[in-house]
Structures are given as C-alpha cells and as structure tokens.
Design a protein around this ligand. Structure first.
Ligand SMILES: Cc1cc2nc3c(=O)[nH]c(=O)nc-3n(C[C@H](O)[C@H](O)[C@H](O)COP(=O)(O)OP(=O)(O)OC[C@H]3O[C@@H](n4cnc5c(N)ncnc54)[C@H](O)[C@@H]3O)c2cc1C
Length: 300
C-alpha cells in the first residue's frame, strides 16, 4: 500500500493511522488506516485507480462538515478533495475545484462582483460536498446556479460531465447519492454581475444570523435532520422537550434544537444513540419519521 502512495504522492500528502477526528467538523472518529490529500486531479485519479485495482476500501470526503466517522475509524483509505481547490472566473461563469471551500468561493465571487453565491458564505463545506448534498441556506441552493459538474467514474476509469438536469436536484439530494462510483472533480456555475458592497453587506448579515442562532462554538455537523415536509424539525425537537438532552458527550444544542453538538469527548456511538432517541421521541409524539441529514462513514 505504501508503495502506491510513494509512487503517486509526495510524503507530505499522505499519512498512516490518521485520526479522522482531525478531518471533520464534529471532531469525532477513530483512525483511518490511510489518509491522503492529492494536490491535483491527475494524482487524485491515479490514486483512486490504484486503490480500486488493489481492492482497498476507500472513501472520498470534502470539508468533512456533514459526516460522522465511526469510533472504529475506517479500514482502508480516506481521500480528501481539499487539494483540488482551483477557482477560475470567465465573465459571469465560474469553475471551482471540488475541494474549494464554500466561504472562500463565495468571497471570491463577491470580490469579482459576481452574485449568486451569497447563500454559501457560512456553509463550512467544499464544492464537491455542496454539489453532492445540494447544500443550501437562506433561500439559495446549489441547484439554482450549477451549470454542470465533472466527475471521475471509477468503474469506467473516465472523466465525464453531468448537465444540471442530470443532477436530479431536490432538497438535500443529488443524483451523486445514487452513484458512489462517481467522484466530483469540479463544477461550473452561472453567476450574474452584482454590486460587491451590497453582496458583502448581505453576507455579513447572514453570517451574523448564523452566529446568533447556531451553536458555532461547539463541534457539530450542522443540522442533524432533514426538514420534514410541512414542519420545522428543530421546532418539533424543541416541542418534545429535548433541548439540552445528552447522551455521553453528545447533546441536543440548547441554542438550536436542530443541531446535535459535541460538548466534549463525544463518541460516534453517543451521537448515534442520541439521534435514535430523538427519532423515537418524534415518532411517538408526532407519528412521523424524521430523516438524518448527516452521513455516517465506517463500521457501526
Ligand atoms: C456549522 C455548520 C453549518 C452548516 N450549515 C449548512 C447549511 O446552511 N446548509 C447546508 O446545506 N449544509 C450545512 N451544513 C452541512 C455541510 O456543511 C454541507 O452539507 C456541505 O455541503 C458538506 O460539504 P463537505 O465538503 O463538508 O462534505 P463532506 O462532509 O466531506 O461529505 C458529505 C458527503 O459528500 C460526499 N462527497 C464529498 N465530496 C465529494 C466529491 N468530491 N465527490 C463525491 N462525493 C463527495 C462524501 O462522501 C459524503 O457522503 C453545515 C455544517 C456545519 C458544521
């Protein structure tokens, strides 16, 4: 395995026995056998091909802001896209690498007098994770601005393009969720010229709102559950008296009931047990099944 890394990546771009808690916003997770951060598309795809050929389990992450890693870690290799962070602008079109982080992309658009990316200024994920999740906030989402994405198809060993309609976007859903063999490499966006001062003022306002309403002072993976049609999930959780409810180090935030936070030393098992408890209580009291938005990686 280390031979593969040595032939493809510089020694600074991979680690053995890497704690996954350092690579996610929840700050939870055991060790991955290997962790790699290729710095360009060529080494990224070469690594994926080599890993697949050897039959080594792998998983691709971006910012790690919507995942919960297992306490047992990951037997195989976790690969981050964060090295693929190029951003190019051509008139009102932007192309961003899958590892470019959303607050940076949003700021770059604003500084280039381009409007359309205000909604992503406070989302701590990457372009790849944003496309995958159809991330959105404050009335905007990826589906509104995405023109196409490029991905590496691991089965075919080819780089392909997906048009906007082929993403089958809906609330926190894209067709990538049904195609684990597709790794997003970059995305094209159609933006429009706007006033950078006005865009900045609104972004500042959105960031302030987040800081007031969300428990940003604690590690989390953002909203734990998807919206249930017709309901605000956080309100349902609050009405069930679950604010502040804890299992081990995991707690339903007292500031925002939609967030499960890591109060310190939480394990993935604590978080999973708390999620199950919340789902149980909501089902008992309201007769509905709420769905988790956070994606679990590793062995339960
Ligand atoms: C404080 C906080 C606030 C948040 N606020 C919001 C919000 O307002 N709106 C919102 O929608 N989300 C929000 N989130 C959740 C999260 O930031 C988004 O879902 C984000 O889009 C995830 O991106 P990521 O790069 O971190 O993805 P990751 O967490 O790294 O991965 C998420 C999933 O995407 C897959 N994936 C990632 N990159 C690729 C790729 N290149 N190719 C294929 N699959 C890939 C992973 O395998 C995984 O299944 C918040 C999270 C936090 C911690």
């Amino acid at each position: 395995m280390t031979d593969i890394f040595r032939s493809i990546l510089p020694s600074s771009a991979w680690q053995k026995d890497e704690p996954l808690s350092s690579h996610c916003t929840f700050k939870i997770g055991g060790n991955a056998d290997y962790f790699a951060r290729p710095e360009d598309e060529a080494s990224f795809t070469e690594l994926i091909i080599a890993v697949k050929k050897k039959g080594i389990p792998y998983c691709v992450i971006g910012g790690g802001s919507n995942i919960l890693f297992s306490d047992k870690g990951f037997r195989g290799i976790v690969i981050t896209t964060q090295g693929l962070k190029n951003i190019e602008i051509d008139g009102e079109k932007m192309t961003a690498g899958s590892g470019a982080m959303l607050p940076i992309v949003s700021l770059k658009a604003q500084k280039s007098s381009l409007d359309g990316m205000r909604f992503m200024c406070g989302i701590p994920g990457s372009i790849g994770g944003g496309v995958f999740m159809n991330a959105g906030a404050y009335g905007g989402e990826f589906a509104d601005i995405l023109v196409s994405s490029r991905y590496f198809d691991i089965e075919k060993g080819e780089i392909c393009t997906l048009s906007a309609s082929e993403h089958d976007f809906s609330y926190r859903h894209s067709s990538y969720m049904e195609h684990p063999e597709r790794i997003i490499l970059s995305a094209d966006f159609a933006l429009r010229y706007g006033d950078p001062e006005e865009i900045k003022a609104e972004c500042d306002c959105l960031l302030k709102k987040r800081a007031e309403k969300q428990p940003l002072e604690y590690p989390s993976a953002g909203s734990t559950f998807k919206r249930y049609p017709g309901f605000f999930t956080a309100q349902l959780i609050d009405e069930c008296g679950l604010k502040g409810y804890s299992i081990g180090g995991a707690q339903v935030s007292e500031k925002h009931a939609g967030f499960v936070i890591n109060r310190g030393g939480a394990s993935a098992s604590d978080v999973l047990a708390l999620i199950e408890h919340i789902k149980f209580v909501i089902r008992e009291k309201h007769g509905i099944d709420i769905e988790c938005e956070i994606r679990f990686i590793g062995e339960k």
